[in-house]
Design a protein around this ligand. Structure first.
Ligand code: ZN
Length: 354
């Protein structure tokens, strides 16, 4: 089920609202109408416009360093910029992380300056948010709060990313992540405890930080550990190949025996490519004994023994295949092994338990 909806884009970056966020806005709108408190509604809508500016700052800096930003999603407790990959270069990471809070602080200061310089009539103070009744002053302080709060060194919040980048300049990236995530989880627990006493929203943020720190740390540690594993370390060396002149039924038998989900095609020992499972399964049962492998679309795709498993696996996901032939670099028509999702999963388990 799709839970977030695109509302537009900026600099080519799609901006989406999460369903829970839309529900929050509707709830606040209902409240505002019922209690005749339009100011609360206005304030919250504007606050999220500024949260969006905060996220756009992260995204713009990321793009400057050539990192692709998939989208920005707004949740009730803030925004998230989904980037393609976390930079392992500390100087890029801290710049990206700090740009958001810095933007919030600068915008907050500017709004407060406007409040002092320009006389603006007061509204009735909001009953939902602690407020002065002046839109500029309220938004100014909320932006300062947004900036300051995000600077708490609780990974994966912005401050925690800056903290990890500082650590990563002194140690291995995976170790830096481990320590930053450890501190992040402690902050998460503190926030839940403080939240139980004072503020419900803080409990949500605390839980979000605790889970986020654990998940991202595990992903990072596994991917950095997997990065050092080569295809030749985990590939299967028994190869179950089918010939182009064999029938689909014969191919299925060989695939079943070698436990492949796609068919590896070889002609007189020369690598031809693979036939995808989802192509084979389309063939009606009564045609499988007459149709030959060579009549199927054969995809020429392979990897080398020295390639990182992590990269090879990314390629398998992209191509939606379950079997990646490994060919000799000097002689790319000779298959020396195969990589399957199972072998990659095995390597992943090993890396995780290291
Ligand atoms: Zn941020």
């Amino acid at each position: 089920m799709k839970l977030s909806f695109k509302i537009g884009s900026a600099w080519g970056i799609p901006i989406e609202l999460h369903l829970t966020f839309i529900l929050l806005i509707l709830a606040v709108l209902g409240y505002a109408v019922y209690f005749n408190d339009i100011y609360s509604f206005t304030l919250i809508v504007f606050l999220f416009v500024f949260v969006l500016f905060h996220e756009l700052a992260h995204s713009v800096v990321a793009r400057r360093y050539g990192i692709k930003v998939r989208k920005i999603v707004l949740y009730p407790i803030g925004g998230v910029s989904e980037i393609e990959e976390i930079p392992e270069n500390p100087s890029i990471e801290w710049r990206m992380a700090i740009s958001g809070p810095l933007t919030s602080v600068i915008l907050g200061a500017a709004l407060i300056a406007i409040y002092y310089l320009v006389p603006i009539p007061l509204f009735h103070p909001s009953s939902l948010v602690l407020s002065s009744g002046n839109l500029f002053s309220d938004l100014g302080y909320l932006n300062l709060l947004l900036g300051a709060f995000n600077l708490i060194p609780a990974f994966p919040m912005d401050g925690g990313r800056v903290f990890r980048a500082l650590l990563a300049e002194r140690m291995k990236f995976s170790d830096a992540t481990k320590y930053a995530a450890y501190i992040g989880r402690i902050f998460g627990i503190i926030m839940v405890v403080v939240g139980l006493l004072f503020n419900f929203v803080l409990i949500l943020i605390g839980v979000f930080i605790y889970i986020g720190a654990s998940e991202e740390a595990e992903q990072t540690i596994v991917s950095t550990t997997l990065a050092s594993v080569r295809v030749k370390d985990v590939m299967q060396s028994e190869i179950g190949a089918v010939r182009p002149d064999q029938t689909i039924s014969e191919a299925l038998e060989i695939m079943f025996k070698s436990r492949y989900h796609d068919a590896l095609v070889e002609k007189e020992g020369i690598f031809q490519g693979i036939v995808k499972w989802n192509e084979i399964i389309k063939i009606a049962k009564d045609q499988r004994s007459s149709l030959r492998v060579e009549q199927m679309p054969i995809k020429n795709i392979s990897t080398y023994p020295d390639e990182a498993v992590f990269e090879a696996y990314k390629n398998m996901i992209k191509e939606k295949i379950d079997l990646l032939p490994v060919v000799d670099k000097q002689n790319p028509t000779k298959v020396v092994g195969v990589l399957t999702s199972e072998t990659v999963a095995g390597a992943y388990e090993k890396a995780r338990n290291k």
